[in-house]
Design a protein around this ligand. Structure first.
Ligand code: HEM
Length: 370
């Protein structure tokens, strides 16, 4: 007969509650602030562990040559779970803020030069999501983030090895999603169709025309309320920029020539999925995109909330990891975006009633698949 399971054996309660001593064997002699500081980081690393598992599963799903429709629901669940996990981590920061600057300074020196900057799991998540090395902001004396993950004597550590392995683990979620989006039928046409480029071009043209009419309408309303000639001019410039920006985005004119057709098709697919989400085959892809927005939004909010907590606890001093502290963290919140095109699409979406008509709606019945 199977031995009856105890809660403490399964959850390992004694083991996990004996791990908050930091640099000493037990937490018995430590101040409550320090034990809380260690515990919050540990809990957050556990949430990151779960987020990483979800991320691997979602990426594995999208790296398939053909993603079965029935698996999209679980991808959406995984993305939402990751977003919630980042929300929970951000929710821990107010707890950290119950610690005063002086209380933190009492034990801060023993951390140096350790820092959250050495969180291998966060780096793995960024890498697997698709944050490119060129986007990274230099930390300061530590050099690259890979150098910061090594042991003090420059030898490899468990953290540096783990992140090095993750750098080889391709494709990233971003690349897998882009490949999947690229296969999306646009007006019933797929990349393997002989006239696909022409169909996509016609869709982009029709969409840009509709978007321009919507922007013109919005401009008319705004100009009506303008007080001065200069206001009218300013509004005109802004709305014109929206129209030009939409076409430039959809035609991918910001890209090198050899990339343009592919990027343009991916961006058109994003607009197509968002615009015609009532077509049965597009309903779940649209939820996937929403899940990606939710995930990246939660990630950015986590970075912003962390920076505000840090500003409150240590002000604008240099971080234990040697970075510019809050300034560095604010920069990451601003610049560490991965799914740029998914966000950019939001600026050019228009009302349902203004959309160009769908061609070949029969191509979007369930059972066809991307
Ligand atoms: C009193 C509490 C905290 C302070 C004062 C603090 C401060 C800092 C500072 C100054 C940095 C920039 C790197 C450096 O120079 O050290 C940093 C990075 C980081 N911290 Fe914190 N932190 C605190 C708590 C936390 C917690 C609870 C987490 C849990 C997730 C965390 C996660 C991170 C991560 C992941 C980074 C790297 C960010 C990046 O490079 O994008 N920190 N922290």
């Amino acid at each position: 007969m199977r031995k009856a399971t105890n809660y403490w054996d399964y959850i390992k309660v004694e083991e996990i509650t004996s791990l908050q001593g930091g640099l000493v064997a037990t937490d018995a002699g430590l101040a409550n602030d320090e034990v809380m500081f260690i515990t919050i980081h540990q809990i957050d690393e556990l949430w990151l562990k779960l987020a990483l598992r979800e991320l691997v599963s979602v990426r594995d799903l999208f790296k398939q040559e053909r993603v079965p429709e029935q698996s999209l629901a679980s991808a959406v669940r995984g993305l939402r779970r990751m977003a919630l996990l980042f929300g929970l981590i951000a929710d821990h920061f107010p707890l950290m803020e119950t610690m005063t600057t002086r209380d933190y300074l009492a034990f801060r020196d023993k951390l140096s030069p350790a820092s959250g900057f050495q969180s291998a799991q966060l780096r793995e998540i960024e890498i697997l999501m698709g944050l490119a090395d060129e986007q990274r902001i230099p930390l300061g004396h530590e050099g690259t983030y890979m150098r910061a993950l090594k042991s003090a004597d420059g030898t490899e550590s468990a953290a540096s090895r783990r992140v090095a392995r993750r750098r080889e683990d391709l494709p990233t979620l971003k690349d897998a999603i882009v490949a999947w989006l690229h296969r999306t039928p646009i007006q019933g046409s797929t990349p393997s169709d002989a006239d696909d480029a022409e169909v996509v071009r016609r869709f982009v043209d029709a969409y840009c025309g509709a978007q321009a009419r919507e922007v013109d309408e919005a401009m008319k309303l705004a100009v009506h309320d303008a007080l001065t000639e200069r206001d009218v001019e300013r509004l005109g410039e802004r709305y014109t920029k929206e129209k030009i920006g939409a076409r430039a985005f959809l035609e991918a004119s910001d890209q090198p020539e050899e990339e343009r057709a592919r990027v343009s098709r991916v961006r058109a697919a994003l607009v197509f999925i968002e615009s015609y989400r009532e077509l049965p085959l597009l309903a779940f892809p649209r939820e996937v995109i929403d899940g990606i927005v939710a995930l990246e939004q939660a990630f950015v909010i986590f970075r912003q909330r962390h920076a505000r907590m840090v500003e409150r606890v240590i002000g604008r001093r240099v971080g234990t990891g040697g970075s510019a502290g809050v300034d560095y963290l604010d920069q990451t919140a601003l610049r560490y975006r991965i799914f740029h095109d998914v966000w950019a699409t939001r600026t050019l979406l228009i009302r349902e009633s203004a959309l160009p008509p769908v061609e070949k709606p029969e191509a979007y019945t369930l059972g066809v698949g991307q």
